[in-house]
Write a protein that binds this ligand. Structure first.
Ligand SMILES: *[C@@H]1O[C@H](CO)[C@@H](O)[C@H](O)[C@H]1NC(C)=O
Ligand SMILES: *[C@@H]1O[C@H](CO)[C@@H](O)[C@H](O)[C@H]1NC(C)=O
Ligand SMILES: *[C@@H]1O[C@H](CO)[C@@H](O)[C@H](O)[C@H]1NC(C)=O
Ligand SMILES: *[C@@H]1O[C@H](CO)[C@@H](O)[C@H](O)[C@H]1NC(C)=O
Ligand SMILES: *[C@@H]1O[C@H](CO)[C@@H](O)[C@H](O)[C@H]1NC(C)=O
Length: 402
């Protein structure tokens, strides 16, 4: 009898755990089936310039597809395309794409299945000599700026693609042709995920199957000034029916310091609506070491979002966006006012941003584990009781044998 009750309690406990997991992760159990391809459909005699590649990662959902395309022909760009179809594919007219970056030379077909597209392009690295130590490009005199590094003119090494079951990683490193980059590089690392999770590397951003993560780092570049700081300019391109804005939001986190933290969100909404269709999200923090720790964290801030009257010099953008695209841009600058640690101290800075479909990952997501604590205690008590029951029964069994 005791054994039966014990089993019953164990079963109930497992059901409770199952229910709690289900309720807390509702909607986040969502998974995509991932596949990756390099230069889809490229055959000789067409060849891409040295080090240039087009990486296509497709995530199949239940009734939709999420395509991510990363290309470093011109300014490195990440394009996200969501379609209503599980059979949509990428079609490239390679000669037209390579020679003229012609409009429509890269498409996601069938075009009628395309629901939403948005791209981000990394265009420039700004360097300024921050002699007054304000760590703010907007408060710095124009004369303190060095000529920016234009990412469209970088030379790139062949991308490194790592695929494992849960994660697809693409790493691209490039350099400017000037002397300051002799020992330096700028790298972009794109990670794509089939399901919900959290990055193990600081700033430990959360992700799900509808998002991808880009880490950007500047390593070993020789600063041109004694108090050099850097800023990264990036731009978004979307259809004209959308408008974009950037804001900060406070979040609660239970696991990682600080308990309350800020998140910057760059969202895209239809002109006549408030719903968010796509976003970028980042913590306003950068790291001065290749293995990020809280000791080498540096604050970063963004400038105001501005409308840019030209699309970025990116082959992917020029080939894909044909109908009156709209471009916005901002700068992310690294370092804080009064902080005496300039770039030269470690010659390294890294920053991480998410790009995703739908609403940015919200607060409920981050407080998940807090809700787990009381539930966990209850479950532990139940297990304790069950174990006691089982123990008592065993003891009585041994007694009987003796
Ligand atoms: C991801 O996107 C798909 C398709 O739009 C949607 O059905 C799903 O709920 C989304 N998942 C999350 C966790 O946002
Ligand atoms: C970068 O490339 C563009 C186009 O090829 C060219 O017009 C521009 O002068 C180059 N900039 C630098 C700094 O070399
Ligand atoms: C996939 O990569 C992640 C991160 O590098 C690693 O933690 C995980 O163990 C890998 N999974 C497999 C199945 O190799
Ligand atoms: C590059 O590294 C080499 C060897 O460490 C050093 O001698 C050289 O001065 C460096 N060049 C620049 C431009 O920093
Ligand atoms: C980025 O900063 C530079 C230097 O202050 C400025 O010239 C440029 O217009 C800024 N870009 C954007 C998109 O705000």
């Amino acid at each position: 009898m005791a054994c039966f009750i014990g089993k019953l309690i164990t079963t109930v406990a497992w059901c409770v755990i199952g229910c709690i997991i289900y309720i807390l992760t509702r909607g986040d159990m969502f998974q995509r089936k991932m596949s990756v391809e390099l230069n889809p459909g490229l055959t000789p005699p067409s060849v891409l310039p040295q080090g240039v590649a087009l990486v296509h990662v497709q995530g199949l959902g239940n009734g939709d597809s999420l395509h991510f395309l990363l290309c470093n022909y011109g300014a490195p760009t990440l394009l996200m395309v969501n379609t209503y179809s599980t059979r949509s594919t990428v079609q490239v007219d390679w000669p037209a794409f390579i020679n003229h970056r012609s409009p429509s030379s890269l498409r996601v077909v069938p075009q009628t299945s395309v629901r939403y597209s948005r791209a981000i392009a990394f265009t420039k690295v700004w360097e300024y000599n921050d002699v007054s130590n304000v760590a703010d490009p907007q408060k710095t005199a124009k004369s303190s700026f060095y000529p920016p590094y234009e990412l469209q003119n970088f030379t790139w090494s062949q991308p490194e693609i790592t695929v494992n079951q849960s994660e697809h990683i693409v790493t691209l490193c490039g350099r400017d042709t000037t002397e300051s980059f002799l020992n330096g590089s700028l790298c972009l690392q794109l990670s794509l995920f089939d399901s919900v999770g959290r990055d193990e590397v600081m700033p430990n951003l959360r992700h799900n199957a509808n998002s991808s993560q880009l880490r950007v780092w500047l390593d070993g570049v020789t600063p041109r000034g004694t108090s050099s700081r850097f800023a990264l300019e990036f731009q978004s391109v979307g259809d004209s029916g959308f408008r974009e804005r950037v804001y900060s939001q406070s979040f609660i986190d239970d696991e990682y310091q600080p308990f309350f933290f800020q998140m910057s969100q760059w969202v895209s909404s239809p002109v006549n609506g408030d719903s968010v269709w796509g976003y970028n999200q980042w913590k306003p923090v950068a790291y001065r070491g290749a293995k990020p720790t809280s000791e080498d964290a540096a604050p970063c801030k963004h400038s105001e979002l501005v409308l840019v009257d030209q699309i970025p010099p990116s082959a992917l953008v020029q080939a894909y966006f044909t109908k009156d695209p709209q471009t916005y841009g901002l700068n992310i600058s690294f370092g804080a006012a009064g902080d005496a640690t300039f770039y030269k101290a470690t010659k390294y800075i890294s920053w991480t941003v998410l790009m995703g479909l739908g609403n940015p990952l919200g607060n409920s997501f981050y407080t998940l584990r807090i809700a787990f604590i009381p539930a966990g205690i209850v479950i532990l008590v139940i297990f304790f009781v069950v174990q006691e029951c089982v123990c008592n029964k065993r003891t009585s069994g041994y007694l009987r044998i003796n």
